[in-house]
Ligand binder design. Structure first.
Ligand SMILES: [Zn+2]
Length: 322
C-alpha cells in the first residue's frame, strides 16, 4: 500500500471571500517539512493563486521542491483567481458552478502563475471547497493535468452549493474524459481517503444516507452508531480524526485492497486560530502529533510514501505511466 499526503496550501483567511489574502501560515510548513524529511515522506503542496503570487511563500516552497522533497500541484480558489467576471456569491466560490470557459481561464491563470513562480507545469489538482465535476475534469485535462484529488467520498456538499459525492468510494479510478484508454494522457482520480472502519462500505454508507434523509436524523443516531462502533465514518485527516482512528481506517482500506491512502488537510490549520480545526495551541500541537503518529505506523507497516502524481505509477500499467 502507498501513502500520499496532499495539503491545500493556501491563504490564512481563505474562508473570508472578500478579504485580501494573508499568507502568514506558509512559513509553518518548514517545521512540518522537517518531520516529513525524518520519515522520507514527500508531501504534495497544492498551491492556491495567492500562494503562487507571494514571493516569500514561493521561495519557501520552491527550495523544498528543488531539493526533491515535495511535489507542487494546483489548488484553485475561484474567488481569488483571475479573471474576475462572475457575480460575487457563495455559490460562485465553487468553480464548477461557473460557465466552462470562465472556469478554463481561471484554471489557466493559476497554471501559468505556478509555471512562472516554480518553473514547473503542475500535473496534480484539487478544486477549492471540493467544487469539482465532469466539466472541471475536462478543463484540467485540457491543461495537461494527470491526477485529480477533488473528490471527498461519501459526502454530499449540495447544501453548500457543492457536488454530491455520497456514492463515490475512495478507490482511485480513471475518469471518462479525453480518451480514457490512452493511458499516457488519461486523468486519474485519487479521492481524499474517507471510508469506514467496518468492511462493508456500501452498507455503512446506505445506513448513514437513510438516516440523514429521514426524521431519524434528529435523534443523533449517527453519533450513537459511531459510539457503539456499528458504523464509523473516518477521514484520513488529522483535522478530523485522531491517529488511532486514521490507523484503523488505513487497515480497513488495506483489507479492501485499495492501493493508495490519501491523507489531506489545510496549511492554515498548522497555525491555531486560523481554521476551526485548530482553535487553540494545544489543538495545533495535536494536529502535528497525529501526523507524526500516523507516519510511525506507516514505517512499521511498510507503507510506501509517494507524491500524488506518483499514483499514476501505482494505478496504471507501468509502460503507460513511465
Ligand atoms: Zn482551499
Amino acid at each position: 500500500m502507498h501513502l500520499a499526503i496532499t495539503i491545500d496550501t493556501e491563504e490564512d483567511n481563505w474562508s473570508n471571500y472578500e478579504s485580501k489574502p494573508v499568507l502568514s501560515n506558509i512559513s509553518k510548513l518548514l517545521e512540518l517539512q522537517q518531520m516529513f524529511d525524518r520519515y522520507g515522506v514527500r508531501p504534495t503542496y497544492l498551491v492556491s493563486y495567492p500562494v503562487a503570487t507571494d514571493k516569500e511563500s514561493v521561495s519557501i516552497l520552491r527550495k523544498i521542491m528543488e531539493d526533491g522533497r515535495c511535489e507542487i500541484g494546483a489548488h484553485i480558489h475561484a474567488w481569488n483567481t483571475p479573471p474576475f467576471e462572475e457575480d460575487k456569491s457563495v455559490k460562485n466560490t465553487m468553480l464548477f458552478n461557473l460557465e466552462k470557459e470562465l472556469q478554463y481561464r481561471k484554471l489557466e491563470s493559476l497554471h501559468e502563475k505556478i509555471f512562472e513562480s516554480f518553473r514547473i507545469s503542475p500535473v496534480s489538482f484539487r478544486s477549492g471547497r471540493w467544487g469539482f465535476d465532469r466539466t472541471v475534469a475536462e478543463n484540467i485535462h485540457r491543461l495537461g493535468y494527470r491526477v485529480d484529488t477533488s473528490v471527498s467520498p461519501y459526502l454530499n456538499w449540495e447544501s453548500y452549493h457543492g457536488p454530491d459525492f455520497s456514492d463515490r468510494s475512495p478507490r482511485p479510478e480513471v475518469l471518462p474524459v479525453g480518451d480514457p484508454s490512452d493511458l499516457d494522457s488519461c486523468l486519474l482520480e485519487v479521492p481524499a481517503t474517507i471510508g469506514f472502519l467496518q468492511s462493508n462500505y456500501e452498507f455503512c454508507n446506505a445506513c448513514l444516507k437513510t438516516i440523514s434523509g429521514s426524521a431519524l436524523r434528529h435523534f443523533r443516531l449517527v453519533g450513537i452508531l459511531d459510539k457503539l462502533n456499528i458504523v464509523n465514518k473516518v477521514w484520513l485527516s488529522p483535522e478530523s480524526d485522531n491517529s488511532d482512528k486514521m490507523i484503523a481506517l488505513a487497515e480497513s482500506i488495506r483489507k479492501k485492497g485499495y492501493p493508495i491512502l490519501n491523507m489531506f488537510f489545510h496549511s492554515p490549520s498548522l497555525t491555531h486560530g486560523l481554521t476551526h480545526f485548530t482553535k487553540t495551541s494545544e489543538e495545533e500541537k495535536e494536529l502535528t502529533r497525529r501526523v507524526d503518529q500516523f507516519l510511525q505506523y506507516m514505517e512499521r507497516s511498510s507503507i510506501q510514501s509517494i507524491t500524488i502524481s506518483e499514483s499514476l505509477n501505482v494505478c496504471l500499467p507501468k509502460t503507460a505511466a513511465s
